[in-house]
Write a protein that binds this ligand. Structure first.
Ligand code: CA
Length: 512
């Protein structure tokens, strides 16, 4: 990082900017613009570029992020408590598809080496996923998986791994209540992820509420005559040993089938890339997220599917997104997902102010408005082609909004269920997050984080802040990293260490 005092003003209308220098700056620090600090300000926190009177708008990204709680002198620290939270933008008056971006120029010639599936999707890993209908069977499946890894997988080196897909669900839940369709279709669609060859293997207990037929009813496919289900309470099994043997026998047949797969050259249009952020800071919206947005545009130009998510992180920028919807119907669907979530939070006695975490605030984000304006930079500049609800599978190409909570592990689970085969995750404060099912590329918003965590961060976007790198340059780096990791040529740090967060369901329905 540069020694000379440096700040970033995103938009000429902004009356605040963020401090770039590592370790922050002391009073008297003077910028090339002539601005001098009147107090010390930590890195990534905001400085007032002019005197801001009490009640006047605080502007960042060219948008109002709140009102000044008291007079803030030029050169002072615009800390979180000095910015009051404005009302959320109205959903009723949001403009519908009023500024649809034209189709971007096609980007041809980019390919990756993937596993082509019978259903047309393409895997970036070669995994057996053993799905479970109920938590009761989870330890049994995990026991079987340990033995499969030790006794079967070594004979099939082309198969990357076998995963027990377990959930705290399936019984003791209001299975017919409104909202229960979300966890049910999530489990069904997760089992269909392209990295499991779209070919589920299911372990059931027998007496649970979520009978296997509910999963097939929610889209879980049965692709062949081979048995696809083990029911532990069936009378043919005598004791635990029989159950484990039954799971292992079925698993070995599937593993043998998976082992015959080979990577083939696939166009970049077969990529389904899920975007997410976690542990954001005030740099996220000027370095990592715009670079990911540039990569998103490249992917869309190459014909791929790009999903962005996290309802509470787009809600406060919705008036900037609905004009970009490809049609009024898509814009209306986007608003529908916002309304659903507004109601969901209200029912729980929460509101959108529940979103910024202590870490976000430490990273200089005053509130959810500022966080949202930075978050939507991940979506790039193309038209929003489709909207999907939580747990749904995404089939559209181009930029898609998949409604999910912002919770990292739940969003990652829902994007996996939607059919994601690559995941890009931006972080400011840092997290060792990862997924077993899909490679996760972690992009840091600050160079300090990339240097402190060189064995966790895959791409550093921090140099954009000091002008040593460009949004375009890092965008291309991310795009090429995606193609390399999708081909198995590059390994993400989370896969190198085996850092794999467990699947986490979004269940808005009651537990009984
Ligand atoms: Ca997140």
């Amino acid at each position: 990082m540069s020694e000379r005092p440096l700040y970033i003003q995103v938009n000429p209308r902004d009356n605040v900017a963020i401090i770039v220098n590592a370790g922050g700056l002391e009073p008297g620090a003077e910028f090339s613009s002539g601005l001098a600090l009147v107090e010390s300000i930590p890195q990534s926190h905001k400085v007032a570029l002019e005197n801001i009177l009490e009640g006047a708008p605080v502007v960042r990204y060219g948008e109002v992020i709140g009102q000044a709680a008291r007079n803030i002198p030029r050169g002072a620290w615009v800390s979180e408590e000095l910015v009051t939270l404005p009302d959320a933008p109205s959903l009723e008056s949001a403009p519908l598809a009023t500024a649809v971006p034209p189709p971007p120029p096609a980007l041809d010639g980019f390919t990756f080496e993937g596993y082509r599936n019978a259903d047309g999707t393409v895997g970036t890993k070669n995994l057996l996923g053993i799905t479970t209908t109920v938590q009761c069977v989870a330890p049994t499946v995990e026991f079987a998986v340990r033995r499969i890894r030790a006794e079967i997988l070594p004979r099939y080196p082309h198969v990357d791994d076998v995963l027990a897909l377990t959930y705290p669900y399936g019984c003791g839940v209001a299975i017919n209540a409104p909202g229960a369709e979300i966890p049910i279709r999530t489990i069904a669609n997760y089992a269909r992820n392209p990295n499991f060859a779209g070919d589920p293997l299911v372990v059931s207990l027998g007496c649970e509420k979520m009978q296997p037929a509910r999963l097939t009813g929610a889209g879980l496919p049965v692709l062949h005559d081979e048995p696809w289900l083990v029911r532990l309470q069936d009378e043919q099994y005598f004791g635990f040993g029989d159950m484990v043997e039954a799971i292992m026998n079925l698993a070995e047949k599937r593993i043998a089938r998976l082992s015959r797969r080979e990577r083939v050259t696939c166009p970049a249009s077969d990529l389904v890339v899920g975007l997410q952020c976690g542990g954001s800071d005030a740099f996220s919206g000027v370095t990592a997220n715009p670079a990911v947005g540039y990569a998103a545009d490249l992917l869309v130009r190459a014909g791929a599917t790009v999903m962005f998510s996290e309802v509470t992180e787009v809600r406060d920028a919705i008036h900037l997104l609905t004009p970009r919807a490809a049609s009024p119907d898509v814009a209306t669907a986007l608003i529908g997902e916002m309304k659903w979530y507004d109601d969901y939070l209200r029912r729980g006695g929460a509101d959108r102010s529940a979103n910024p975490t202590p870490g976000n605030k430490r990273g200089g984000l005053a509130n959810i408005v500022e966080k949202a304006l930075g978050s939507i930079a991940k979506s790039g500049s193309t038209a929003i082609q489709a909207v999907a609800s939580p747990g749904e599978r995404v089939s559209a190409k181009g930029l898609v909004f998949l409604a999910t909570p912002a919770s990292d592990f739940i969003c990652g689970t829902l994007q996996t269920a939607a059919g994601m085969n690559m995941h890009v995750f931006t972080t400011g404060e840092g997290t060792p997050y990862g997924l077993a099912a899909v490679p996760v590329i972690k992009v840091s918003s600050r160079t300090e984080l990339a240097e402190r965590w060189p064995d966790l961060i895959d791409v550093d976007a921090g140099a954009i802040a000091t002008g040593l790198a460009t949004i375009e340059g890092v965008g291309w780096e991310i795009f090429r990293f995606i193609l390399g990791a999708a081909s198995g040529r590059k390994k993400t740090w989370s896969d190198y260490w085996g850092l794999h967060n467990a699947p986490a369901l979004f269940n808005p329905a009651p537990v009984t």
